[in-house]
Design a protein around this ligand. Structure first.
Ligand code: S3P
Length: 183
């Protein structure tokens, strides 16, 4: 990818929990040699505790405020050639959606409710899914959030049936067209 263009050439990964935003982010870093930032990890480093603990101490609203702060900081940094993996709820606030578009080419990794359930069911690190009926919560939240992922993204990729490399190759090809059309 031409790294000398006038545009930022960052790739931003959004999508529901369990869709592979971190895995694909690492793969894009490997293939492109870009930097990679995971906003959940930045939040945990800044808070010096896990996301589960942040939810317990500050509630979801406290976590969302931290998430917005991280996106504002990233947008202020004039990043170039960077992959950013976000948390599944990063699109919930209108301000965040605008910041994500400002940061670069926004790719929505999509999966259906059953795939998300199967990929997340053994994991205890996602406070929102620690409920009696995670299947119902996933279906409900997916329905609420889909319009926001759609509104915020330049590209949507259905991830079911594709491996990390196939997804990354598709993203790189589309991003090339996007950045070239901006030149
Ligand atoms: C959340 C998704 C999580 C994390 C937090 C809240 C959400 O990130 O930000 O637990 O509201 O969907 P992942 O999508 O990386 O699991």
């Amino acid at each position: 990818m031409n790294q000398d263009g006038p545009q930022v050439q960052n790739i931003i990964l959004i999508g529901f929990m369990g869709c592979g935003k971190s895995t694909v982010g690492r793969e894009l870093k490997r293939m492109l040699g870009f930097s990679w930032i995971d906003t959940d990890s930045v939040i945990e480093q800044q808070a010096q505790c896990s996301i589960t603990d942040i939810f317990a101490r500050e509630g979801e609203e406290g976590f969302r405020d931290r998430e917005t702060d991280v996106l504002r900081d990233l947008a202020a940094q004039q990043l170039r050639s960077t992959i950013i993996s976000t948390g599944g709820g990063a699109i919930l606030r209108e301000e965040n959606r605008a910041l994500l578009r400002q940061l670069g080419y926004v790719v929505w990794l999509r999966a259906n409710a059953e795939t998300v359930y199967q990929r997340t069911r053994k994991n205890r690190d996602r406070p929102i899914l620690q409920t009696q009926n995670p299947r119902a919560v996933i279906a409900d939240l997916l329905q609420q959030r889909e319009p926001m992922y759609r509104e915020c993204s330049h590209l949507a990729i259905e991830v079911s049936g594709l491996n990390r490399t196939e997804i990354a190759v598709g993203i790189i090809e589309s991003a090339r067209y996007h950045f070239a059309s901006q030149e």
